[in-house]
Write a protein that binds this ligand. Structure first.
Ligand code: HEM
Length: 477
């Protein structure tokens, strides 16, 4: 035992040490979260809401448009918030959205909840940046260029001609469900380059429906939950795809469609089976619900605007007369001579804005317009808010395809996103819409059954109850 007297401050040492440690830890955390010491640059204006829950309740208990527009009015076109446990910056300035998505996109990585990544497959294009992303993106894009999808027009038309009689003979159809059947079949065709046989098609579809339910549910991996069932379905779908891949590899014929492109790579560029499977599943996922929701809105807008529907019919009737004269089906060139129907499609994308916004995450501290966006914060370009801004789209609430007679101002119209992660499927979505509308408007008329207003989310906004309609053949009226 020491005979030396103990200094009087000795009992304080553990407290000081603890304080010091705390300061270091806090400093480390705040640096990781993007709060460097002495950084006087301002965060964007806005409210972070309540501790922990932030403004999540506010966003999810009101129409999201109101949430965004209220804050935009109060704080301007860049404002901060706190949603689902994450600090974030919301953006409704075209120039800043371009910075995030295009010019400085390397500073903003795509970000998704882990549960969604597990469900789609972690090696799918959506979740990546850099060389793996650009390699994959080129391959996917090449499969959906006009030159690649031109040849599919007769096959897409035959899908339409198979579906329409079934719709006609049903008492009432749920438009969204039927459009999902259509867009699913078109997606399968583009991915596999051919129709699958009935058993294969139904097997894959059943697994897909399971995955879709789980994707939009709470990520609770307990026996019996939709999430758990979806994860099991995802495993089975993987096995099915691996068998298809093996069959094509063994036959030495890679086949057509996106799968053919992904299998046909030279030795140094080759993808693993799981990379191929994740991307096939991902593309079908991205192609299917999106297009179906847009088509459902398009039928509603045409129904609600009878003068416009008449004008579309006149345009389509001309194409039909030409087809009948030449005794042929619809061609790619026909779809390029439908300017009004194309504008209806563009206006539907604007008005419905089914992807209201997208998520990115700052990979380091970034300064934009004098504001500091700390590393790790989410950044949300607000597509819908831009599409409804009266400065760029006069009278934005009105469904008015004529506004697209003049191209919109740059970076104000982004239904397919912008920059490195923009949608590679925009041409396919357009052509499948035009082919369906051609046959629907020249041979049928539809009435909406029941209440025609109201919106539901599943997960995209769609007309209430999926827009129940009754289809009549025009000759029978
Ligand atoms: C009208 C229907 C569609 C709409 C509104 C739509 C919208 C979008 C948007 C906004 C993005 C960008 C998301 C972001 O930046 O975070 C995107 C990405 C994507 N879309 Fe579409 N899409 C549609 C149809 C399709 C189709 C038919 C395909 C099939 C090829 C497809 C495949 C993809 C893929 C693979 C990506 C990810 C691209 C990447 O991360 O680089 N989409 N889509």
């Amino acid at each position: 035992m020491s005979v030396l007297p103990q200094p009087p401050f000795l009992p304080l040492i553990p407290a000081v040490f603890l304080l010091l440690l705390l300061t270091i830890v806090c400093n480390f955390i705040s640096r990781r979260r993007g709060f460097p010491k002495n950084d006087n640059r301002q965060l964007p204006p806005g409210s972070m809401g309540w501790p922990y829950i932030g403004e999540t309740l506010s966003l999810y208990t009101q129409n999201p448009n109101n949430f965004f527009s209220k804050r935009q009015k109060r704080y301007g076109k860049i404002f901060k918030s706190h949603i689902l446990g994450c600090p974030c910056v919301m953006i409704s300035s075209p120039e800043v959205a371009k910075t995030v998505l295009v010019t400085r996109s390397h500073l903003f990585k795509p970000t998704y909840p882990t549960s969604k990544e597990m469900m789609i497959g972690p090696e799918a294009v959506f979740f990546h940046q850099g060389s793996y992303h650009s390699h994959l993106k080129k391959l996917i894009q090449s499969s959906f260029l006009p030159s690649a999808i031109k040849g599919s027009v007769p096959k897409i038309e035959s899908i339409v001609l198979d579906l329409l009689p079934a719709w006609e003979h049903s008492k009432v159809i749920n438009t969204l469900h039927e459009m999902k059947k259509y867009s699913y079949q078109v997606a399968i065709l583009s991915v596999f380059g051919k129709k699958l046989d009935v058993d294969e098609m139904e097997g894959v579809k059943h697994l897909y429906q399971c995955i879709e339910k789980g994707y939009n549910s709470m990520p609770l991996d307990l026996p019996g939950t939709p999430f758990n069932k979806a994860m099991k379905a995802r495993k089975l779908l993987n096995e099915k795809l691996r068998k298809m891949i093996e069959k094509r590899r063994d036959s030495g014929q890679h086949g057509r469609g996106l799968l053919g492109v992904l299998l046909g790579l030279k030795e140094n560029d080759q993808l693993t089976d799981s990379q191929i499977a994740d991307n096939i599943i991902g593309v079908i996922f991205a192609a299917h619900d999106t297009t179906a929701s847009v088509l459902t809105w398009l039928l509603k807008y045409l129904h609600d605007n009878p003068h416009l529907l008449d004008a579309v019919k006149i345009e389509q009737e001309k194409v039909r007369c030409k087809r009948l004269e030449m005794d042929r089906g619809i061609t790619w060139e026909d779809t390029r001579s439908m300017p009004l129907t194309t504008r209806v499609f563009q206006e539907t994308l604007r008005t419905a804005s089914i992807l209201s916004f997208t998520f990115r995450e700052a990979v380091e501290d970034v300064e934009i317009e004098g504001y500091r966006i700390p590393c790790g914060w989410k950044v949300l370009p607000l597509f819908r808010t831009l599409h409804y801004c009266a400065d760029f789209f006069q009278n934005p609430e009105k469904f008015d395809p004529s506004r697209f007679e003049v191209a919109p101002r740059a970076n104000t119209y982004m239904p397919f996103g912008n920059g490195v992660h923009s949608c590679p499927g925009s041409e396919l979505a357009k052509v499948e819409t035009l082919i369906l509308i051609h046959h629907l408007t020249t041979s049928y008329k539809w009435d909406v059954v029941g209440e025609s207003n109201g919106i539901q989310y599943g997960p995209f906004p769609v007309p209430k109850q999926g827009l129940p309609i009754k289809l009549h053949r025009i000759s029978e009226i």
